[in-house]
Design a protein. Sequence first.
Length: 396
Amino acid sequence: MATYIYGSNVIANMTSNSSVSQIASASSEYGTSYAAWKAFDGVSSTAQGWVSRGIAFPIFLQIRLQNKVIARKYGLFSARQVESPKDWTFEGSNDGVEWVVLDTQVNVISWINGGIKEFTINNNEAFQFYRINITSHNGDVNYVGVSEFSIYEGTILYDNKILLSSGHKNYRLEKTVSRENAVPVMTSALNANVEITSSAYNASDYPWYAFDGIVNATVRPFWFTNSTPPAGGHWLQVKFVKPKVITGISLASLLITGSSHSIKEFELYGSNDGVVYDKLYTNTQLNIGTKIYYDFESSKAYSYYRLNILSSYNLASTVGVNEMEIFQKKNQTMYVLETSDEIDFIKYGMKSDISLKEAVDNVKDVIKMNLSLASGKTFEHSIDMSKRRVDKIMLG
């Protein structure tokens, strides 16, 4: 497991919502005296910071940085305990539209006036946009407030890494998430490979509209229930002709009447007969409008995938999905190394919690050569072992 040392806050001190090549924004601001940038001015004070106008959740506070950074810790300084966030997600994005949840905090009530809380996260992806998306606070009837919002990169101090070894060679396994939608753009509920169904739908708000490739949270077409849910909640289902291994989805909820119809809690299930379902994933955080990705581990192929919506944000009987995507399994690449020196372990070493149960999709040989200036370089080249046999590689 990696141990990190953290430097200074990566957010430069701001003097307006657009300064020092950064842009601060929020879902609302209680006037210019409590604008979003006040949470990024470097002043930790109970009398200064960002304050929202009202408590119409969800409420966000956002920063666009000059460059992408890998956030591994963030901090929140409380002005007043009752204004402080209680439930929220810390999210990253590279376009301000599609967000990845990096951290989830629930029932954080131990704030004090002028207190700071810091949260370390497991993140290795660089983002330019970061935000806290707040879904409840600690009781003030008028506001949500944050005095200071800080973000920190981390430098690895020590890292336990391993390489697999067999036959005098060493191996690294690396998984990458596929973002290719397994469901084609639908123009009806049924095509040659996919069928879309649901527990209910309102008038002409058909379930297949959640897979029509059109992302607009406030304008039709979309799937909308507008009816009393069955036991266990409303559901939206995809049936594939051929079973698929799915390891991720994305969801964009409706915003047709604010966030009332947005998804709050859901579960994802897989089945091969439409009768017996296995639970694959559970989410308890609000999904508001923008596309959010949810990744999970799975190695079993299913024909049926069912999104079971347990609750919406503000209504007991109705819910809707603007757009949903379903992603097939993570691709796994195996790197083959002839050596096992310190540089190999630093660059190619893996964490010890890897899984050896999944198939390898690609094989790459790592070839190192010494140049005349004694500066080692590494070359990588993909080899399709199913088509040809390689006994020797010569570089000239």
